[in-house]
Design a protein around this ligand. Structure first.
Ligand SMILES: [Ca+2]
Ligand SMILES: [Ca+2]
Ligand SMILES: [Ca+2]
Ligand SMILES: [Ca+2]
Length: 608
């Protein structure tokens, strides 16, 4: 069941009766406003002359903010109540600086400062005082160069390890729930010593864990698992120049103490700090881009899978550098697989205009692979109907195949399918259209990619390959969000898609139990998820289970290493099948060589 935190917390603290008389002019302290709760009981009230020391000043999206914190001598004895608050001053910067003791008058608000368009229904708000002088607010400086309140040390002892929330906000227990822990420190000065990055820098954020904590992956990341969302990740939001160009990769270390203030944005609590504080403690880690260990074999077929992250022939949107890096990955890092299932191939002009033809996009990639030393691939594609398959408007992302004609051929006989014709299977002749889309008019695929099936021939044997790009996780509520437990809203459609693709392979396997089938792509879900377990039950073994645990990820989301891209094989191919995830992207920034947000993978099978 999902519970709205707002309702739960309102009920639990009984704020409807708790506030009367608290907002008198000279006694209101920040910890009164914050309370031991996510939702201030002062919302909507004007507070007068609240005092605090300015600890951090910044500008976000054209608006000015500062954090102020109660001097230590006046703090309450309750570690659950934050002693700091965010002050919003609007379009004009108040002339305050770090170390000023200020007195602030303004209206208390729980505000969604920074986030996606759905932040009001997904995220947690930040308690702030609106001190805009054009809205009745006032900020007065009482003293300068005041000693800053002591930073709270974030340590292995006090940082919750495994629970984000386990009580739907009915209990405010910062010792147990990470979501309450960070809220108890909201806007406050904190310090953390010795951390290591579990993701590459992105959008100016660096996500870490304490250095003393074990990590799971070969490059130093932490795995997202069925019962472990790594509650103890520590995220930094960097301020300063060129923070989005800061080259931090998974496994890099920060040795020393980093101080900052706690904020929240884009679904996560973050420590706001200046980039210099990270730079002066930085030590490069050991992560390097790798090359597949699978050795080519004349008797076996290799099938790769690669999400190209919006690749088109529009050089204003897809740079030559990106094309070259993707091509190098396919030709060299993946060892030029005989067949590559590709996702997020856009139409020729990308998002610039409609028209879903993609011949130039494929030709661009094929030429780049050739120039990178790979074979001259051919491609298999069905153009979708314009703007019917989701993704960026007018870009018409779709799945397709590259294949090396020196190694495999597209099986002849059946006509090519089109955007709306469903592919079927005949035991004697194979796919009824080749290539063909799987049940493309089924409502399961509304505004999403239709899987593409193609039948190849290698050494006289037939192989059906399916390329998938199931609907994204958009719509799921965030881990550190207002809906607890997390609501996997997007799984509903993926389950429908899983059922349709499962029906297709079940039909093939019923007619031909020995059929060679490989299904690849970006399934946008985990090996332990219900949709992917459904697909396994249809007779498709997920080769991901064969990948060593420390390499079992193709994507890093908010510091959690996870598998979204999978390769499944039918029973006839399972024995002896090999798989390798080739880590060239997910752990790395663009400066370090990232070409896509996903790592590619490759499997090797012996056709029966
Ligand atoms: Ca307190
Ligand atoms: Ca708060
Ligand atoms: Ca709890
Ligand atoms: Ca287009």
């Amino acid at each position: 069941m999902k519970a709205k935190w707002l309702t739960a917390s309102l009920l639990s603290v009984g704020i409807l009766t708790a506030v009367s008389g608290q907002a008198s002019a000279d006694t209101t302290e920040i910890h009164d406003i914050q309370g031991a709760t996510h939702q201030s009981s002062y919302v909507g009230k004007t507070v007068q002359q609240v005092e605090g020391v300015v600890t951090f000043t910044y500008k976000l999206n054209g608006a000015y903010y500062f954090h102020m914190q109660t001097p230590d001598a006046k703090a309450d004895k309750d570690s659950r109540t934050s002693e700091a608050i965010t002050v919003y001053t609007g379009k004009y910067s108040q002339d305050v600086k770090v170390g000023d003791l200020v007195s602030v008058t303004g209206k208390v608000d729980e505000y969604y400062i920074e986030g996606y368009s759905d932040k009001r229904t997904m995220d947690l708000p930040v308690t702030q005082i609106n001190a805009r002088d054009d809205q009745g607010g006032q900020v007065a400086i009482k003293a300068e160069n005041v000693t800053l309140p002591k930073a709270v040390q974030i340590t292995k002892q006090n940082l919750p390890k495994s629970v984000i929330d386990n009580d739907q906000f009915t209990k405010f227990d910062p010792n147990e729930d990470a979501i309450d822990y960070w809220e108890s420190l909201e806007s406050m000065r904190v310090a953390v010593k010795d951390v290591k990055a579990v993701a590459p820098q992105e959008y100016g954020d660096v996500i870490t864990v304490l250095k003393s904590r074990h990590t799971d992956t070969k490059n130093g990341g932490v795995l997202f698992e069925a019962n472990d969302a790594n509650a103890d990740r520590v995220q930094f939001k960097l301020f300063g120049d060129n923070v989005r160009d800061y080259n931090v990769n998974t496994g890099d270390e920060f040795n020393g103490t980093i101080e900052g203030v706690v904020g929240y944005g884009y679904s996560n609590y973050k420590i706001f700090t200046n980039i210099e504080n990270m730079q002066k403690t930085y030590k490069q880690g050991k992560a390097t881009q790798e090359t597949t260990k699978l050795k080519a074999s004349k008797k076996k077929v290799t099938v790769g899978s690669f999400n190209l992250e919006n690749f088109s022939n529009n050089t204003a949107e897809t740079s030559n550098a990106k094309a070259e890096k993707l091509a190098h990955s396919i030709a060299n890092s993946l060892g030029s697989p005989d067949i590559v299932g590709v996702t997020e191939v856009q139409d020729n002009n990308g998002a610039k205009a409609g028209d879903s033809k993609a011949n130039e996009s494929y030709e661009r990639l094929i030429k780049a692979i050739e120039e990178a030393g790979g074979p001259t691939y051919q491609y298999v594609n069905i153009d979708p109907e314009n703007n019917q398959d989701g993704g960026a408007p007018n870009a018409n992302i779709r799945v397709g195949f590259l294949y090396n004609p020196e190694r495999v051929s597209l099986k002849s006989g059946a006509p090519a399918g089109d955007a709306t014709t469903a592919v079927g299977y005949n035991k004697k002749t194979g796919l009824t259209v080749n290539p063909g889309r799987i049940d493309p008019t089924n409502e399961a695929f509304e505004d999403s990619r239709k899987p593409l099936a193609a039948e190849f021939t290698a050494d006289g044997k037939d192989l059906i390959v399916i390329a998938n790009h199931w609907n994204s996780k958009g719509g799921d509520t965030p881990l550190f969000g207002q809906v607890q437990p997390v609501n996997l809203a997007s799984e509903v459609q993926r389950q429908k898609i899983a059922n349709v693709v499962s029906d297709f392979v079940s039909d093939v396997l019923a007619k031909n139990p020995k059929a060679n089938i490989v299904s690849v792509g970006d399934y946008n879900d985990f090996q332990f998820s219900k949709p992917l377990q459904t697909f396994e039950k249809a007779g498709m073994a997920n080769l991901i289970h064969k990948v060593p645990t420390n390499e079992r990820y193709t994507y890093v989301y908010q510091g959690n290493s996870q598998v979204l891209d999978h390769i499944f094989v039918s029973k006839s191919l399972k024995n002896g099948a090999k798989i390798d995830i080739v880590h060239v992207n997910a752990d790395f920034t663009e400066q370090a060589g990232r070409a896509s947000d996903h790592d590619p993978l490759v499997a090797q099978v012996k056709l029966k």
